[in-house]
Design a protein around this ligand. Structure first.
Ligand code: PHE
Length: 448
């Protein structure tokens, strides 16, 4: 059998995994959640959860991948045949997410096109976004373009495609976010926003702060969808696993934090300190920010959408690679054919999500648009279930020592003691709480 391809270096692995983790969630969702849940206090809670809960699950997934050298389905099968079903549920997540993630990726590509052609002031009009996403054809064209670029990188392979692209996109992304944040903080009135964002207001602390942070953490770190298992399977045996996971977390949380600095102060200054301007959900990035960019200059808008496109692309690549990888592991198809098949699937499945904002906007599932429904099913239901099953499987069937051994095969495992307690008890309890709160919020009992 052909040897499995590998990331050539630890840096390559860390940047590719960080590329997956850093996505629309960091740049758009994190800042508005932070603003909604009291700024600094949300940051603090998020940080504590990232180094405990996030670390535990990510380390587990990467170790499972590296230990078995296989993607999710076959990895679970190899460890214990009876639990192959966990692999199947895990694999269903990227299959659901990839098409609709590309719909949003298509929107980002369109906005970059608008700023590239110097037409930023058009994007700043109130009606621009709504008119664009409700069109039947144009968003599908952008969606297809976005998928095509993603497929091309995945087709080129782990080393020549994913690693190479991540190695230049991720540093540029980091630099751009710092530049835009610094610039945004200098505009008049921005400082109040910085203070609001950073200073913890302990009176705003509540259980929903923790739940919102937990849910965000999951999504942001690309956990519970087989991605980290797949990327772990491409990691070299001699590379330090624990340190790599810490670095990926640092990158992901760092970019989320800087995104907050990039967006909150600028929107604060634009809205004269009105926090409601931040709490506009998806329209924050596509409607409010273009107005802010009109004041800051088109070039900032352009740089911003380059950054967002890189973030979305590297995440989409990881989703597609995960699907391609389990199809290849299972069916032994060749890469070109697999990539083409997944590309066609994603375009066909992306179309309903896209049309759900236009000619199909009367179709509602559980009161949600088609895209929101897929998002809800994957993020709020299947992912917590996958994470729970993974923790229980590793904690009680496989045993935490198996993961510890894998970590120790390359370097001493510093957090070994706390790891067992986390994976067996604390993480499962946190996950059950996320699951209950997602269901309650979908039913309208609480709002998160
Ligand atoms: N982690 C990504 C983000 O923060 C989201 C993502 C979800 C990436 C699913 C890949 C797959 O936006």
């Amino acid at each position: 059998m052909k040897e499995r391809s590998n990331f050539t270096s630890k840096l390559g692995f860390v940047l590719a995994a960080a590329g997956s983790a850093v996505g629309l969630g960091n740049i758009w969702r994190f800042p508005y959640l932070a603003a909604k849940y009291g700024g600094g206090i949300f940051l603090l809670v998020y940080l504590v959860l990232a180094v405990t809960f996030g670390f535990t699950i990510m380390l587990t997934e990467v170790a499972l991948g590296r230990k078995t050298g296989l993607s999710a389905i076959e990895a679970f099968r190899k460890m214990d045949k009876r639990f192959t079903f966990i692999g199947y549920i895990t694999a269903s997540v990227p299959v659901i997410i990839f098409p609709y993630y590309c719909v949003i990726g298509g929107w980002v590509t369109k906005y970059l096109g608008v700023y590239l052609t110097g037409a930023g002031e058009r994007a700043a009009k109130d009606s621009f976004f709504g008119e664009f996403i409700s069109k039947p054809f144009e968003p599908v064209v952008w969606l297809s373009l976005f998928i095509f670029i993603t497929a091309l990188v995945v087709f080129l392979g782990v080393e020549k495609g994913i690693e190479r692209v991540s190695k230049w996109m991720m540093p540029i992304l980091a630099v751009l976010s710092v530049v835009i944040a610094l610039y945004g903080m200098t505009i008049p009135g921005a400082l109040d926003g910085v203070i609001y964002y950073i200073k913890p207001d302990f009176s705003r602390f509540s259980p929903t702060t923790v739940l919102a942070a937990l849910g965000q953490l999951f999504y942001s770190m690309s956990l519970a969808m087989g991605i980290m298992i797949t990327y772990g399977s491409y990691m070299k045996k001699q590379d330090n696993l624990e340190a790599s996971v810490r670095q990926i977390e640092l990158f992901d949380t760092g970019i989320a934090f800087i995104a907050g600095l990039m967006i909150i102060p600028a929107v604060f200054s634009f809205s004269g300190g009105d926090q409601a301007a931040l709490n506009t959900g998806p329209t924050l990035m596509f409607v409010t920010l273009p107005k802010v960019f009109q004041r800051m200059g088109n070039i900032i808008g352009l740089l911003f959408f380059v950054l967002v496109l890189f973030a979305a692309l590297t995440s989409a690549i990881s989703l597609m690679e995960t699907i391609v990888s389990f199809l290849q592991d299972k069916l032994k198809w060749n890469r070109g054919f697999t990539c083409t098949a997944v590309m066609i699937y994603a375009i066909i499945m992306g179309i309903p999500s896209s049309l759900g904002f236009g000619i199909w906007d009367h179709i509602k599932v559980l009161g949600m648009s088609i895209l929101d429904f897929f998002d809800f099913m994957s993020n709020s239901i299947i992912m917590p279930v996958v994470a729970l099953l993974t923790c229980l499987f590793v904690g009680f069937i496989l045993k935490p020592t198996a993961i510890a051994e894998e970590v120790k095969s390359s370097a001493p495992f510093k957090a070994e003691k706390s790891y067992s307690i986390m994976i067996q008890w604390i993480a499962p309890i946190c996950i059950v709480l996320i699951l209950i709160s997602s269901i309650l919020s979908a039913l309208g009992y609480i709002s998160i």
